[in-house]
Structures are given as C-alpha cells and as structure tokens.
Design a protein around this ligand. Structure first.
Ligand code: FAD
Length: 440
C-alpha cells in the first residue's frame, strides 16, 4: 500500500518542524522552498552575530531533512504565475498542502510619502545584512538621522546594526503606545542600551508619566527594565545617540523625490484601556522629527501571490476548523462562500504574521502538521506514486536544489569562512550558491 503524500510550502522553522512531524508518521513530504537554503528567517532574519543560535538551528534542521520520507525542493517558488501553483500541486496528486511560507511581504503603513527615497521597510535592511538574495545586491543608503517606526525586537536588531555600521548620529525609535507596551525583550535591548540617551529618556518618561499613572501603570517597572538592560549592556561601539519616543504615530513622510526623506510627521496619541487592550486615541497635536532615513519595523504581511485569500495582512483563517489543534484553527475560509477551503492548511508566521520566536513557530508548524495529518487520515483518495511525483517535479525547467546539495553548500561556505578567518560565510547571490553546488 502506498503511503500518503503531502506538500509543504516553505522551509522555515514552521515548515521544517511540520515536515519532521509528518515524516515520523510515515507520510511522504515534498518540501518546497523559495530560497535555496532552508531555515527561512532563522537564516535570513536572526541577527548575523547570533552564531551559536544560528549554527544550532542549522544543525537541527539538517538532521530533520535527513529523514528518508522528506524530499527537499529548494529554489522553487509556489504561487500564481510562479514555478508551481497550488492548483498544480493538487492536480499532481498531493493529498494535502500545508503552507508555511511565513509572512514575507512588506506591510505598508499607507501613509503619505512612504515611497520616498530613504524610507525603508525593516525587512529590506534585515535581508540586506543577512545576505538574502536579491536584497544582498541592493544598496540602501542610510543617512545620519534615522527614525525607526515600531518598538519590537526587530527595531532593536535594526538599531544594533545601524550603531555597529557607524555613520549614524541619531536613532529615534517611535512607539504608538507607551513605555508599558514596549515589545522588545531585555536581552535584545541590551545590545543597544549603551547608546540610550539617558537624560533624554528621563525627560520622555517625565512627559508620559501622568498618563501612565492615570492608566494604573507603574513607571518604575519601565525604569527597572531599562536599568537591567543597561547593566547587561555591551561596551559602547559607536557614538550614535539612541532615543525613544512614545505615543506617536507617523502620518506623513516629508521630502521629495530629489532630496529624499527630510522629516517624519507624527500625530500624538492618548491611550485608553478597552477589554484589556490598550487602544490609541489620536489627539490634535503633531510633531515633526528631522530625519533623512526612516525604517518601518511594524511587522510584515503574508503573500497574497500564493493564491490563498488574504484580509488585513493575514490569510483568512476559518473560525470553524474541522481539525482544530489545542483550540487553534489551521484552516482557511473562502470569504465569498464562507466555507472552509478543503485540504489546505497554514502554520507558523503564515497563520499569524510576525508572531513569535523560532520555538513558537516550530511548535505551530508541528500542530499544523497534525491538523493536516488528521485530514489525510479521513480521505480515501488515490495515493500518488512518490517516485513518479518526485521525477515530475525534477522535470521543471528550473535549477532545483535537493538536500544533498544543501550539505555541499554548507561545506563550501564553511571552507571560505575558515580560509578567511570568519565566524560565518554565506554566498550573497543565488548564482554563487548554484555554482558552488555544481548546478550551473
Ligand atoms: C528580524 C528578525 C529577527 C529575529 N530574531 C529572532 C531571534 O533572535 N530568535 C528567535 O528565536 N526568533 C527570531 N525571529 C523570529 C523567527 O525568525 C520566526 O519565528 C520564524 O522564522 C518564523 O518561521 P516560519 O517558518 O513561520 O516563517 P519563515 O522563517 O519566514 O520561513 C518561510 C519560508 O518560506 C519560504 N517561502 C516564502 N514564500 C514562498 C513561496 N511562495 N513558495 C515557497 N517557499 C516560500 C521562504 O523561502 C522561507 O524559507 C526573528 C524574526 C525577524 C523578522
């Protein structure tokens, strides 16, 4: 009897954990990945200097891929008009599909001036410093006065990069809400805490303290958090002045095509608590920050080009799943008919955009895989021939990277790193990667 056969789209942490879960249940898994190398944001998002974490994850993912039930197809993008579409996968005979393609599309603020020169999305900067093709080949000029919109861990990573890179005099991170709602972790902030302008921070805390007290929040907790990060901070690497501004939302990026960005206009917010959620209320006050560069670190969106319904930066998750896992839905709803889309599941950042670290995404991938597994157990359709399916895919007119080649790629990169005394080396273009593994 042929075993069941499924497709997973995206080999980030969610897709890799999902593939492992299904392979161990004797399901054959075709794992498609747009990038040549597996790992998703574990390779191309996590800060480059976190070598221990990145190497550990790389080793773990390599061991997952070794499972005989997993076939890896790197350098294959799935979507409408791409290398393969979801309907094509269904027609090939896959009995179910799990989409774990992350949330890899730029999320726009939809604010005037957002397309001016030197207004970037954090995604572009992070991809650049992590050597993700094609961003690795694009120049993103950075000026001296940078405004970062958002106060999560990605903001902390981008600020860390700008401080280390040098040449930036001032970074102002702008938060929609107040000090009690900051999203970055102390460990991430510790990398930039040495550059925090403490007297400026004190003045900003003084300004927002009356509202915090009115909301029942304790400003001392913010101080304790910042002091702890400062205690554990690194040695100062540059003289960039880092500032935090609270209760502000950008409403306009000032400048012109010729001179690029000149300033960021923000509206002042107040806050009110509704159903345990802190909601912003815009006031009539405006502030303009003098800035020549703005970086939007406000999360990202799922890709509507994959061919699944999207609403407000997320796939339309069904509120009535047929195969819920721990009360969570991994299924999609057709917004026109209101019916569940049969046979297609989502997990990881594709289920909840920009939510959670690798551990959370991996666990979500495993749960999504379990939902898909329950679905295929219910089906009694024809099971395709696994070998035939694989050769059909290999016949695509594209350089397809398999798991053996990934081993060769890592080896080639490790040799270059050793030769040049580097902690890590990553080829910055697809062409170089394909050449190193002998595909071109
Ligand atoms: C800047 C940044 C820093 C981070 N730092 C940390 C950290 O220090 N520690 C930590 O634990 N977590 C960190 N995270 C979070 C972590 O990276 C995520 O939790 C995790 O990578 C999400 O996993 P995922 O598999 O859902 O998506 P992703 O990691 O985004 O993987 C998606 C995969 O799908 C592929 N793909 C996309 N579209 C297609 C398509 N159409 N067809 C085929 N394949 C496709 C991509 O090539 C990619 O391999 C960070 C995230 C960011 C953005």
């Amino acid at each position: 009897m042929n075993p069941k056969v499924v497709a997973i789209v995206g080999a980030g942490p969610a897709g890799l954990f999902a593939a492992k879960t299904l392979a161990e249940k004797d399901v054959r898994v075709a794992l498609f990945n747009r990038d040549i190398r597996p790992g998703g944001l574990a390779e191309y998002g996590i800060y480059p200097e976190k070598h221990v974490l990145k190497n550990g994850l790389r080793r773990q993912f390599t061991s997952f891929l070794e499972h005989k039930n997993i076939a890896y197809f790197g350098n294959i993008e799935v979507g409408e008009g791409k290398d393969l579409s979801l309907p094509q996968l269904e027609n090939m005979g896959f009995q179910g599909i799990l989409v774990t393609a992350g949330a890899q599309k730029i999320k726009e603020l939809k604010v005037e001036g957002e397309s001016l020169p030197r207004v970037y999305h954090a995604w572009e900067i992070v991809s650049k410093y992590n050597n993700l093709p094609p961003y690795s080949q694009i120049e993103f000029p950075i000026g001296e006065k940078v405004v970062i919109v958002g106060v999560g861990n990605v903001m902390a990573d981008v600020a860390r990069y700008l401080i280390q890179k040098g040449g930036v005099k001032e970074i102002t991170a702008v938060a929609r809400r107040g000090p009690a709602e900051i999203k970055f972790h102390e460990t991430e902030f510790a990398h930039i805490a040495q550059n925090l302008d403490l007297s400026d921070f004190e003045a900003e805390m003084e300004r927002v303290t009356p509202l915090m007290l009115k909301l029942g929040q304790d400003p001392n907790e913010t101080w304790a958090f910042i002091e702890k990060a400062c205690e554990n901070c690194e040695e100062k690497t540059g003289d960039t002045n880092f500032r935090l501004r609270f209760l502000k939302s950008p409403v306009r990026f000032w400048g012109d095509e010729h001179r690029g960005l000149q300033g960021v206009e923000c509206i002042e917010n107040s806050l009110v608590e509704e159903n345990h959620v802190m909601k912003t209320i815009p006031t009539a006050l405006h502030t303009i920050f003098d800035a020549d560069t703005a970086i939007l670190a406000v999360g990202s969106s799922v890709d509507d080009g994959i061919g699944l319904p999207v609403s407000k930066d997320q796939f339309t998750i069904s509120p009535y799943p047929d195969y819920p896992q721990d009360g969570i839905s991994y299924e999609l709803m057709d917004p026109d008919s209101g019916a569940n889309i049969s046979g297609v599941f989502v997990a990881g950042w594709s289920r909840l955009a920009s939510y959670g670290l690798v551990g959370i995404s991996g666990k979500d991938g495993s749960r999504g895989a379990q939902a898909l597994f329950e679905f295929i157990q219910d089906g009694d359709g024809e099971k395709p021939d696994w070998e035939l399916l694989q050769s059909q895919i290999r016949n695509l007119k594209k350089e397809i990277v398999d798991k053996k080649m990934i081993g060769q790629l890592y080896k080639a990169e490790a040799e270059i790193a050793a030769k040049n005394g580097l902690a890590e080396y990553k080829f910055p273009t697809n062409q170089e990667m394909l050449t190193a593994i002998g595909l071109v």
